[in-house]
Design a protein around this ligand. Structure first.
Ligand SMILES: Nc1ncnc2c1ncn2[C@@H]1O[C@H](COP(=O)(O)OP(=O)(O)OP(=O)(O)O)[C@@H](O)[C@H]1O
Ligand SMILES: [Mg+2]
Length: 472
């Protein structure tokens, strides 16, 4: 399933789904509550109307027929209600028969109000009609006739000796409009909904955050491992069962990766190391070659091989290096590097420059970091005849070091490949800039192990711009 509106984070999605589900359940719950409320309200209305009508009936029934019209006019009834007398039974236009409770309430109140036998109604019709709904309750006045249901059976005990007679002749009909109850419009209803939703939302937020903390921890641990296999700390194997299992699995994986990297580096350095003896022997033998030209060429090749072996050994040392991190002053380190580079190449000393704060402490492994930055400065001098360093403290606990030169830069298609070990560009395959192609690779390993990164860009006005970010 793909929804554009879904939040991107797992926490966001979980919270959204739980909230939606929770609100649905709430609405259903309040819906059921409302239906019950409406039912109760209707029964209450019926009870009120029934009792009121029985009181009116009792009064009218006790009044002699001649004075009934007058009595009806002076009856205290709610506005909207109407009372009529008719000599025909009420018309059968019924929306619905009033439910049993109303009938029972009326019967109960007829007895409850102590209406004497001779005044009890001889017929009773209860109906609800029309829109808006009205309750219509009709009583057959007992002027001589017994109380009968429509089926013709006596409904209430009738006075002895009075013969049943159907239909009764005079009907008293009371019509009462009723209002539909709307419990959800009450302020309590809205307040309850809001309070419950807010409380539920707080609990959902809290629970989801709690649940997802381990996921974040795991992601951070994987990130650290990716940056610096040798020094990444193990995950603590504590907490709920599933987390302990995951942490153990992660730590096992990390130690396997570490062993794998160490094995490979060990093999590389072992080969490098073992090659040194035969190279030395070959050099000795080359000295005895008769052909001068061939001898010089062979010795040059052997020198190159020796340099490559030395670089390989240094690379191996860097990978397995576990120097301790301390607080160092970064501007001092950069100035030292520039001074040393200037000493090594006095004719280029003028094109070395540092710009930035005088002091800025960062946490780093001093020797490794120096090796990385020296490689970059040397590259700038070797391929670009200049090294201009700018140090800019950035937000979010990072600093940015840029090293710019005046050289040709690097073709965009090679910006990433020059980081590969032993990778050199065709243009630099000449003797004067001879190198092994490990400098950038080593530098990036070291910087990433510090939690930073290196980015190469060709500057707009020519030259390469190397950006190094480092955490403070
Ligand atoms: N500032 C630069 N300007 C132009 N090209 C560069 C620059 N820095 C590096 N390069 C290119 O990237 C290649 C790889 O650089 P890297 O530092 O890894 O190796 P190297 O300098 O050739 O050898 P090493 O540093 O091991 O002595 C270089 O050979 C060079 O072609
Ligand atoms: Mg280099």
């Amino acid at each position: 399933m793909r929804f554009g509106i879904l939040p991107r984070s797992l926490a966001g999605r979980t919270i959204l789904m739980l909230l939606a589900g929770f609100m649905l359940v709430q609405i259903l719950g309040l819906g059921v509550h409302t239906v019950t409320q409406v039912k109760l309200a209707r029964i209450e209305q019926q009870r009120e109307i029934a009792t009121q009508d029985v009181i009116i009936y009792r009064h009218i029934a006790a009044t002699p027929p001649a004075q009934r019209a007058e009595a009806m006019a002076s009856e205290p009834i709610p506005s909207g209600d109407s009372i009529t007398l008719s000599d025909t039974p009420p018309p059968p236009t019924t929306t619905f028969q009033l439910p049993l409770p109303a009938r029972q309430i009326i019967r109960a109140s007829i007895i409850g109000y102590g209406i004497p036998m001779q005044l009890r109604p001889h017929g009773l019709e209860l109906r609800g009609i029309g829109h808006p709904l009205r309750y219509v309750i009709s009583f057959a006045l007992p002027d001589g006739a017994p109380l009968m249901d429509r089926s013709g059976t006596p409904a209430l005990p009738t006075p002895k000796g009075v013969p049943p007679q159907v239909p009764p002749h005079i009907w008293l009909t009371i019509t009462s409009p009723i209002t539909t109850p709307h419990p959800w419009r009450s302020p309590e209803f809205g307040a309850a909904f809001i309070v419950m939703t807010v409380l539920g939302a707080i609990m959902i937020f809290w629970a989801v955050r709690q649940l997802l903390v381990p996921v974040k921890t795991l992601a951070q641990a994987a990130e650290r491992l990716g940056r610096d296999v040798a020094n990444a700390p193990d995950l603590p194997e504590t907490g709920p069962e599933e987390l302990v299992t995951a942490a153990i699995a992660f730590n096992t994986m990390a130690s396997r990766i570490r062993r794998f990297v160490e094995d490979r580096t060990f093999m590389l350095t072992a080969i490098g190391h073992d090659l040194r003896t035969p190279i030395t022997r070959l050099k000795l033998r080359a000295e005895y070659m008769e052909d001068d030209e061939q001898r010089v060429k062979m010795l040059a090749d052997l020198d190159e091989m020796e340099a490559m072996v030395a670089a390989t050994l240094a690379f191996g040392r860097d990978v397995t290096n576990s120097e301790a991190a301390t607080r160092i002053d970064l501007p001092s380190l950069l100035r030292t590097i520039l001074d040393e580079a200037g000493d090594g190449a006095p004719d280029q000393a003028d094109s070395l420059a540092y710009q930035g704060p005088d002091h800025l402490a960062i946490k780093a492994r001093p020797l490794s970091l120096k090796r990385a930055l020296v490689n970059l400065v040397n590259n700038a001098l070797k391929y670009g005849d200049a090294a201009r360093i700018t140090l800019i403290p950035k937000d979010a606990g990072m600093v940015n070091i840029t090293i710019e030169d005046n050289g040709p830069g690097i073709p965009n298609s090679h910006i990433e490949t020059v980081f590969e070990p032993f990778r050199r560009l065709e243009t630099s395959r000449n003797r004067e800039t001879g190198g092994s192609g490990l400098g950038l690779s080593i530098a990036r390993n070291i910087i990433r192990a510090h939690g930073g990164d290196i980015l190469l860009q060709n500057a707009a006005n020519g030259g390469l711009k190397v950006s190094v970010t480092l955490p403070v």
